[in-house]
Design a protein. Structure first.
Length: 74
């Protein structure tokens, strides 16, 4: 597991789930449908614990995003 902290705008999430395995399956499906779309990140919201899927290039700074912990990258 990766303990890297990043900031994302929750509105930029491709998908979200309360279950990590479900989030990972969703990320794999998205990656299979759009293999050239860029790196996909599964991140856990530091405040409420939900998992969200983002494109890695959607990171924000502290002033414009919420804190997430990177759990996986595809």
């Amino acid at each position: 597991m990766n303990n890297e902290n990043v900031f994302f705008n929750p509105g930029d999430a491709i998908a979200s789930s309360h279950d990590y395995k479900e989030a990972r399956r969703s990320a794999q499906i998205i990656k299979a449908d759009r293999p050239t779309a860029g790196q996909i990140v599964i991140a856990q919201n530091s405040k409420n614990g939900t998992y969200a899927i983002y494109f890695a290039d959607k990171t924000r700074d502290e002033a414009h995003g919420e804190p997430y912990k990177i759990k996986d990258k595809l």
